[in-house]
Design a protein around this ligand. Structure first.
Ligand SMILES: Cc1cc2nc3c(=O)[nH]c(=O)nc-3n(C[C@H](O)[C@H](O)[C@H](O)COP(=O)(O)O)c2cc1C
Ligand SMILES: [Fe+2]
Ligand SMILES: [Fe+2]
Length: 450
């Protein structure tokens, strides 16, 4: 039985939601499920925009059959080859051998790798290429590393629709709704949109900025992502968030305290610090990283301007859950934050040094002061150290508000981005004989970072 929704007069949403897998791609909890979008255009030619994850393939094929209504399938646009969108592409090719796959060169290799077959008669498209399907004309734009190297978005010039692949997606099943304006998106969905962005593409801010710049040159009236609701109103709500997230700009001037604690000593110190900050009128939140999945903590770290990491020493190392979080933050390129540390250890506290080491591998992470050191629990008089830390954080939060407003754009890091694979060369100059260390393309494939 089909379950579809009309997007426009001739575009139909034929995706489906999975509510049974508690974790997306073996990494991110999805307590609200996950939507895998696919769209069918009924123009003079019929066009399928992507397929879906294996978990919802039965519903997808029923939707496709219904929406086609017996017509042949002419084209399949493959925007992203990751299996959450292309796992059923192999099956689709068997069911619809008449359909021509429209994709870029990099996708052909991935189709070969994932589906052990060459797409016969594939139409290869590159940056700026167009394809007319009757009333509609599409232009293709490459979006490398948003989220994989082969990602392409397409723009329907006729109706102003951007088919944006993973960009502008969110976690969460579509429970009957299809459009962002059918829900209170800022209240009920933005946290999950942020968690999706930061965890899935957070690492690739400059590449997302490149895509945003391309989109800014188009008259985009609707955004159809591969996960989550479709945007047809107030597109700026999500575009402005993306601009902020991609620039690693915090949304909240305040202090987040991710902490780990075995016996409660570190947690008590974190509680006291949070109380002092609240009394000073500073927005503050705490997250126990041993209890709350790091996917959520990472998302909040992208949100806050200031972060205090608090953790015990563990077998001469850093407590596991905190180490995992910090490595994940470094891996996702979190940058441009002011941080402070609380370390704890009963005989040889080392967690502060170990946390600093990981933070030192990250860009523009300013350590406000040396770690506050606990030996088992807060000693008498140490409340003063926490109070002093709270005051330093409060000053910094208030100061940063002023400095960031005045900061000239020219201070942004300089570099060059490979337009093929998204590799970033951090340098003021690009040597003529430079070769991309990832995809081996020459300097001519690089663009200055803006
Ligand atoms: C398995 C285990 C290993 C530990 N290893 C160390 C260590 O190498 N060095 C140290 O100073 N403390 C070590 N500790 C002690 C804790 O870091 C210390 O008791 C700390 O105060 C706990 O903070 P909490 O009350 O916030 O849990 C270890 C504790 C446990 C349970
Ligand atoms: Fe993806
Ligand atoms: Fe995806």
């Amino acid at each position: 039985m089909y379950c579809t929704r009309a997007v426009t007069d001739d575009l139909i949403w034929i995706g489906a939601s999975d509510r049974q897998h508690p974790v997306f791609e073996a990494a991110h909890p999805t307590p609200r499920g996950m939507a895998y979008n696919a769209y069918l255009l009924l123009d003079e030619k019929t066009v399928l925009m992507d397929t879906v994850d294996r978990s919802v393939q039965t519903q997808f094929f029923e939707n496709l059959d219904h929406a086609l209504g017996g017509r042949p399938l002419d084209y399949v646009f493959v925007h992203h080859m990751e299996p959450d969108h292309a796992a059923t592409l192999g099956d689709l090719m068997l069911r619809h051998p008449e359909a021509a796959i429209v994709c870029n060169k990099k996708s052909v290799n991935l189709i070969r790798q994932f589906h052990c077959t060459d797409p016969a008669g594939a139409v290869l498209v590159g940056e700026g290429d167009t394809l007319c399907t009757g009333r509609h004309t599409f232009t293709f734009y490459e979006a490398p590393m948003v989220h994989w190297p082969e990602v392409t978005v397409s723009y329907d010039r006729t109706d102003g629709i951007l088919f944006s692949a993973d960009a502008f997606g969110t976690f969460g099943a579509l429970n009957g709704i299809l459009f962002a304006d059918e829900v209170d998106f800022e209240r009920d969905w933005m946290d999950e949109a942020r968690r999706y962005y930061t965890n899935i593409v957070g690492k690739y801010g400059p590449q997302v900025q490149t895509l945003l710049k391309k989109a800014a040159g188009l008259d985009v009236r609707m955004i159809c992502p591969l996960h989550g609701p479709v945007w047809r109103k107030d597109l700026n709500v999500i575009l402005e968030k993306y601009a902020q997230w991609a620039a690693y700009e915090p949304e909240v001037q305040g202090v987040l305290i991710p902490f780990a604690s075995i016996y409660g000593g570190t947690e008590t110190a974190a509680n006291i610090l949070a109380c002092r900050l609240a009394e000073l009128g500073i927005r503050v939140d705490m997250m126990d990283v041993s209890v709350i999945h790091y996917s959520y903590v990472l998302s909040q770290c992208f949100r806050y301007s200031h972060i205090v990491f608090a953790a015990p020493t563990f077998n001469n190392g850093l407590f596991d859950s905190m180490e995992h979080l910090l490595r994940d933050l470094a891996h996702h390129n979190l940058q441009n934050r002011t941080v402070a540390l609380i370390q704890n250890g009963s005989w040889a506290p080392a967690s502060g040094k170990l946390m600093s080491q990981i933070l030192g591998e990250m860009k523009q992470m300013e350590l406000l002061q040396p770690p506050v050191t606990l030996k088992s629990a807060l000693a008498p008089g140490q409340e003063d150290e926490l109070e002093a830390l709270a005051r330093a954080l409060a000053d910094s939060v208030r100061g940063v508000c002023r400095v960031r407003e005045e900061e000239p754009a020219a201070d942004k890091p300089k570099g060059f981005i490979c337009t093929v694979c998204g590799y970033i060369l951090e340098s003021d100059t690009l040597p003529d004989d430079f070769v991309c260390p990832i995809c081996r393309r020459p300097a001519s494939c690089f663009q200055p970072l803006t």
